[in-house]
Design a binder for this molecule. Structure first.
Ligand SMILES: Cc1ncc(COP(=O)(O)O)c(C=O)c1O
Length: 423
């Protein structure tokens, strides 16, 4: 369904609420301008309604969380049933049946499916926490505190995750409290990037690195696809060095790139995989899953976990994740990504405009690189006024990023790309 004609964005109620946030929320959190944001009221499928009654088509999947669609009925039912039974458990003390089932299912869908034995899980709430669990695991398993990460990589903003987040702007204000343990390499671009990568790896002090932290495709970095063989080269280097390979699939996981996990395109089995976002389709739950022998670097609990949190293994989140994972096992889900992804790719590639320097992506994760961040923001605003929600990405904000719900229709995609075509 194409968006309705939108007359005033943001509408009066959004503007009123923006005033409240200006007064009561810390001023760094929500970007507030005369024409931004709209306040969401409800959502269904690929549609979002704001508090002024405007309907938008969501090209972001709400940060790539809603791959299965906003308010997917099966997931909502699982959530509602669970909420009526048990709203909170004691994650690491007296846990729920659902936590055990989710850990088993994650093992089945990752390491067991890859023929690499059992995977063991630590659950958490946000994506950055899964990354921090992986970094702690790598330190325990290798005894080496140093890590290798990539420029413009995004792994979240907690102090631990900032060890690997390669955006200067997020690190700079807190640098005095960050330890200098990271070797940074450029994320290789398609083409001859692999040679540069090999050169960079060769310059690293032998045996010094405990973990390589990497996204199979950079998401917030602006949908950057590495050359073929990138993950394989990292896998080989990690094996030679005795370092662990941590693949951050918080963005790319759960069919976003066409396969269940993006590392599967390269046939690479990581030591640890970080999952979040689409894991539950909307509840803040994340997971670090690792090969059993690596995860067993953690000592057995004798009554107090070294790493846990109040809401670990939240029953509602686990129930939603189990249902979402069931839907991801359905072949129809992968087919939907293939169909919608191909449609989106075709439409984007047909755009012939002098300010577009590259169209790139995989599955239903696409980026259109433009000549400037101002141009990208201008188009994001055009899209908003026409009823489409989109976001710019990349270090200079000049990539239009698309990660819509998998079921988005051809008409909506055509409508959105049509707005870009008129820019
Ligand atoms: C690849 C990747 N890792 C980690 C994170 C951090 O997740 P969260 O914002 O849930 O902490 C993100 C968020 O965008 C991400 O894209």
């Amino acid at each position: 369904m194409l968006p309705d004609l939108i007359t005033a964005v943001p509408g009066p109620e959004s503007l009123r609420l923006a005033g409240e946030l200006r007064r009561y929320e810390s001023r760094n959190v929500t970007y507030l301008a005369e024409d931004w944001p709209v306040f969401w009221e409800r959502a269904e499928g690929a549609n979002v309604w704001d508090v002024d009654g405007n309907r938008f088509v969501d090209l972001t999947g709400a940060f790539a969380v809603a791959g299965l669609g906003h308010g997917r009925a099966e997931v909502v039912e699982a959530m509602t049933k669970q909420a009526g039974k048990l709203l909170h458990g004691m994650g690491d003390v007296h846990p729920t049946r659902l936590k055990a089932e989710l850990c088993r299912t994650l093992s089945e869908m990752t390491f067991e499916r890859w023929g690499a034995g059992v995977g063991k899980t630590v659950l958490s709430n946000s994506g950055f926490e899964a990354v921090e669990t992986a970094l702690k695991t790598a330190l325990l398993a290798t005894g080496r505190p140093k890590i290798l990460a990539f420029e413009n990589g995004y792994h979240g903003l907690g102090y631990g995750a900032l060890l690997g987040t390669g955006f200067e702007k997020f690190r700079k204000p807190f640098e005095s409290q960050l330890s200098d343990l990271t070797t940074w390499l450029p994320y290789p671009a398609a083409g001859d990037g692999l040679d540069e990568l090999r050169g960079g790896l060769a310059a690293v002090e032998n045996g010094s690195i405990g973990a390589v932290l990497v996204e199979p495709i950079q998401g917030r970095g602006g949908v950057v696809l590495p050359p073929e063989g990138f993950l394989k080269a990292l896998r080989t280097w990690c094996d030679e060095q005795g370092a662990l390979l941590i693949v951050d699939e918080i963005y790319t996981g759960f069919h976003r790139t066409g396969s269940l996990f993006a590392c599967e395109h390269d046939g690479v089995v990581p030591d640890l995989i970080c999952l979040g976002k689409a894991l539950s389709g909307g509840f803040p739950i994340s997971a670090c899953v690792g090969k059993a022998e690596v995860m067993d670097a953690w000592p057995e609990s004798t009554g107090e976990a070294l790493h846990t949190s109040t809401f670990l293994g939240h029953p509602v989140g686990c129930a939603m994740a189990l249902e979402a994972l069931r839907l991801h096992r359905d072949v129809e889900t992968a087919q939907m990504v293939e169909d919608s992804g191909q449609r989106l790719e075709k439409l984007l590639r047909e755009l012939e405009m002098p300010f577009i320097s590259e169209v790139r992506g995989r599955g239903i994760m696409w980026g259109v690189e433009l000549d400037s961040g101002e141009r990208a923001m201008g188009i994001v605003m055009d899209l908003l006024r026409a009823g489409y929600l989109a976001l710019p990405g990349g270090p200079e904000g000049k990539v239009l990023c698309f990660s819509p719900p998998f079921g988005i229709g051809e008409e909506e995609l055509r409508g959105a790309v049509g707005v870009i075509g008129k820019a």
